[in-house]
Design a protein around this ligand. Structure first.
Ligand code: PEP
Ligand code: MN
Length: 382
């Protein structure tokens, strides 16, 4: 990579200073907020959460480059006002994505940091325009871009006159379907070995699912990331985009509270501003609501598997008392270890088994009926 004249490694790593926030220094910077700006209340709630989590920057897309032309494309100007206003209320900086010259022009004066998304990483005209403004740029790695292509994209911005580029690893497309993309954490080390620019990690678009965000965030810090960009929504179930990967507010605060130890282990700092005394009845109930929602989601996932199991069983073997007893015993021991009252497992699990068995029996009866009918008329089975 001989031509990385400006992005290539220098004697000193670059730090980017924006109104008192330094990216690329000892402190890990948290950027949080929803995928898309939807309303004023959504943004002020998000800003409050990001602030509580010790975040420094509020995100929110007002121009959404979506895979489908029929998906929500962003609120534009109206959304920009909600984002900026919410950030100001909490003394946070703000970042939003631009997709072309008009969107850049619209946001450039009000926004602290401009994002160029994965889908536009090699939009060279946009990169050159971003090079001509005096706001820092977060440059996402393209969906299928090599590290070299990513660094050359940064070089476009730098060589057009803007020295303040922050690289953002957000997962690349691989053959693995369990996650939306594959988070390439080696890219953090490689990019930092080849370039002096700060590197942050977006675990949200990499994973595509909220259950992996906490561990990937910690791994990102351990791998040398200078910051995290995490999607969070006041009510992910209602989010217009990327709900499944968005953390619930309490989850972001909880995660932030755990990041300091990881940062310290790699000689960095992350200070969560969470004040435990601030735990009000309302915030505690919010935490309980989130957990309840997860319990129901996990039960639904369990029922889906139960349905698959039905096909593997004979009708007279649907109820397996021996397995039921063994599972309840195992979970009671686990419950005891976790200091749960033992009657909780003993009361809940027989109900779960009962509902599962009933649904399996119903399914077997339906299947048998289908089978009988298909003997009468081959058309029915089609
Ligand atoms: C985003 O951060 O909102 C986004 C669209 O991310 P990416 O460009 O990485 O897909
Ligand atoms: Mn998103």
């Amino acid at each position: 990579m001989k031509d990385l004249r400006l992005a290539g490694l220098k004697a000193e790593r670059s730090t980017i200073e924006i109104n008192g926030v330094t990216i690329g220094g000892k402190e890990i910077i948290l950027i949080g907020g929803p995928c898309a700006v939807e309303s004023s209340i959504q943004m002020s709630q998000s800003a409050e959460t990001v602030k509580k989590a010790g975040g420094k920057i509020l995100r929110g897309g007002v121009f959404k480059p979506r895979t489908s032309p029929y998906s929500f494309q962003g609120l534009g100007r109206e959304g920009l006002d909600y984002l900026v206003q919410a950030a100001r209320e909490q003394s946070l900086l703000c970042v939003t994505e631009v997709i072309d010259a008009p969107s850049l022009e619209l946001v450039v004066n009000d926004i602290d940091i401009i994002q160029i998304g994965a889908r536009n990483m090699q939009n060279f005209e946009l990169l050159k325009m971003a090079g001509k403004i005096n706001k820092p740029i977060i440059l996402k790695r393209g969906l299928s871009a090599t590290i070299e292509e990513w660094l050359y994209a940064a070089e476009y911005i730098l060589s057009s006159g803007n020295p303040n580029v922050i690289l953002c690893e957000r997962g690349i497309r691989t053959y693995e379907p369990s996650t939306r993309n594959t988070l390439d954490l080696s890219a953090v080390g490689v990019a930092k070995e080849l370039s002096h620019l700060p590197v942050i990690v977006d675990p949200s678009h990499a994973a595509g699912r909220r259950d992996l965000i906490a561990s990937l965030s910690k791994a990102a810090i351990a791998s040398g990331a200078d910051g995290l960009l995490i999607e969070m929504h006041p009510n992910p179930a209602e989010a217009v985009s990327d709900g499944p990967q968005s953390l619930h507010p309490e989850q972001l605060i909880q995660l932030a509270g755990e990041l300091g130890a990881v940062a310290e282990a790699v000689n960095r700092v992350f200070a969560c501003e969470r004040n435990y005394e601030e735990e009000t009845l309302e915030s505690l109930r919010g935490q309980i609501d989130n957990i309840d929602q997860e319990i129901i989601e996990r039960l639904a996932a369990r029922m889906e598997i139960v349905t698959k199991v039905a096909d593997q069983k004979r009708l007279d073997r649907v109820k397996d008392s021996y397995r039921e007893k063994e599972v309840i015993q195992r979970l009671t021991v686990l419950g005891n270890e976790l200091k749960l009252p033992s009657e909780l497992v003993k009361k809940i699990y027989p109900i779960i088994f009962d509902v599962a068995v009933q649904s399996q029996i119903r399914q077997k009866l339906v299947r048998e009926k289908e089978g009988d009918l298909s003997l009468v008329s081959p058309l029915v089975s089609k």
